[in-house]
Design a protein around this ligand. Structure first.
Ligand code: ACM
Ligand code: ZN
Length: 523
């Protein structure tokens, strides 16, 4: 089979010509100026793959070049393959790097199917650009700590499938995972919890995080940090109890779900703390975008806190939801003063959306729709298609393949605010050792849904192509999980749902029967 037909994501255009380029030993690889760094990395990789004799006097050559005027889409690139030369080019380093990933993938596919000594690549002209500019993965390093090695390997896979964002959920009720020099207890206390009598946890020093950021930057992947607030902050409160409304000592949480102890918005010292933390975060992460969570914040404590009530009175804030809006607007303007853009989960809409915020829509498409139609950029990660911690009954690969981040009801012209999407991998029930089998193959299916143009979608063809990539992932130490729910687990799931249904029926049989027999679907 022609390896050009097996690329994933599928490039925008592949025009195949007569003849082929043969890797049979000698080959020269060159790239000047801005292309030098990518060329050095690329040369090392193809050498490791094919054991070439790379020398400058060889008859066949590979050239990497930055050329042409800069395009609007800085990830677009061309690859031209003729019998004696291969040319990878783009108007930007990012585009050239994406080209190098497509080419490395092509070699990996060809090598898996051909004789090791003589790899042939058909002559062709590839032109390519992504459909969406934000193609990411959100990894929850808080519920379970993920090792630096795991993150680096994940960055390599993201790069191979031309994704461009790794969002790290660094703080939550069950752990604070980033060293903050001004507040050492965040990691001395907040990074550890006691589970079954044993200490569990871990964190990244700023030096380690710098290494991760640099590794990703070399692969043209943006690391976006998430410091969740004002909810999901029990680990911070366990470290510094004065951050909460009660000021009472509590432990780093050992249960999942939503917690009532959150940051006190009445105390000015809370804002000082958050600003100090963000000072270190913004100094460490070059990303223009800083995620501050904003999701699932209970307001129970605020209702009873004299300082929160005083704040509401003084600022003429009518509800606790609006108090969260007040908090986030202050944080957003602080980030803006540092040249950064706030991202928050779609709950940030509920208390009044901060002026320049980007909304990450997870409770369906509604948040994205609201954000885009009110002029805000948005990242679309609905649980229905993008939560890969959920089982396959809910989201199998066919559903992921069908995904488009454009909300179905979005008014024409607002699509420009749809940046793209992220897969979400929450780790409550998934320690590092189990993530791969949940994340793959769905992650690379999403990579295709976000890069390739929807007009060319054809599921049966895609499925054949996708399966060609499992050995490639295996060569990176990744063993993919299932594509679909198995017959038996579907039966198990249906039985559980039937159990839920009957328990409702038994509690209020009349109402349940009424609903069942007189149910009228809404218009
Ligand atoms: C979320 O899943 N709480 C963003
Ligand atoms: Zn309070």
């Amino acid at each position: 089979m022609n390896p050009l037909t097996l690329l994933l994501p599928k490039p925008t255009s592949v025009v195949v010509h007569e003849g082929s380029f043969t890797f049979s030993g000698d080959c020269s690889v060159s790239g000047k100026g801005e292309a030098q760094h990518i060329t050095a990395m690329f040369t090392k990789e193809i050498n490791a793959l094919l054991h070439l004799n790379i020398n400058s006097s060889a008859k066949s050559e590979i050239v990497l070049a930055i050329d042409g005027t800069r395009k609007e889409n800085n990830e677009s690139y061309r690859i031209s393959i003729t019998p004696t030369a291969i040319r990878l080019s783009s108007s930007s380093q990012t585009g050239l790097f994406r080209a190098s990933r497509t080419f490395v993938q092509l070699l990996m596919i060809a090598r898996a199917r051909q004789n090791d000594r003589e790899i042939q690549i058909p002559c062709a002209e590839i032109t390519d650009a992504p459909a969406f500019r934000w193609r990411g993965l959100n990894l929850d390093c808080a519920r379970h700590f993920l090792s630096k090695e795991y993150l680096l390997r994940t960055i390599d896979v993201l790069a191979l499938y031309r994704m461009n964002v790794l969002h790290l959920h660094l703080t939550d009720d069950q752990g604070w995972r980033l060293e903050i020099k001004k507040y050492p207890k965040l990691t001395e206390t907040g990074a550890w919890r006691t589970e079954n009598g044993k200490k569990y946890g871990g964190y990244y020093t700023q030096r380690e995080m710098k290494e991760i950021i640099e590794y990703a930057a070399q692969r043209h992947i943006l690391i976006v940090p998430e410091i969740d607030m004002p909810g999901h902050t029990q680990a911070a409160i366990a470290s510094y109890p004065q951050l909460s409304c009660t000021g009472q000592p509590i432990e780093v949480s050992t249960r999942w779900g939503i917690h009532k102890d959150v940051l006190c918005v009445g105390k000015e010292s809370t804002f000082d703390f958050v600003k100090d933390v963000l000072d270190e975060v913004t100094a460490l992460f070059p990303s223009k975008y800083i995620h501050v969570g904003g999701d699932e914040c209970l307001t129970l404590r605020w209702k009873r806190c004299p300082l929160c009530r005083k704040r509401m009175h003084e600022e003429d804030i009518a509800s606790e939801r609006s108090l969260q809006g007040y908090f986030l607007r202050r944080i957003e303007s602080y980030l803006k003063s540092k040249g950064k853009i706030l991202i928050g989960w779609d709950e940030i809409i509920d208390g009044g959306l901060p002026e320049n915020a980007v909304v990450q829509s997870w409770r369906g498409f509604k948040g994205a729709e609201f954000a885009a139609s009110s002029g805000h950029n948005t990242i679309v990660s609905p649980t229905s298609h993008c939560y890969f911690d959920y089982g396959l009954t809910y989201t199998d690969i066919e559903k992921v393949y069908s995904f488009s981040p454009i909300p179905p009801m979005l008014p024409l012209g607002d699509e420009k605010h749809i940046l793209g999407s992220e897969a979400c991998m929450w780790t409550e029930f998934t320690p590092e050792s189990k993530i791969d089998s949940m994340l793959y193959p769905r992650l690379i299916v999403l990579a295709e849904a976000l890069w390739s143009h929807p007009a060319g979608k054809h599921y049966p063809e895609f499925l054949i192509r996708l399966r060609e990539h499992y050995p490639l992932l295996a060569s990176r130490g990744i063993h993919v999980g299932a594509e679909y729910e198995s017959y038996f687990s579907r039966i198990r799931y249906n039985a559980r749902m039937a159990g839920v249904f009957f328990s409702i029926l038994i509690r209020d049989p009349e109402a349940a029967w009424e609903n069942l027999t007189h149910y009228q679907p809404a218009d």
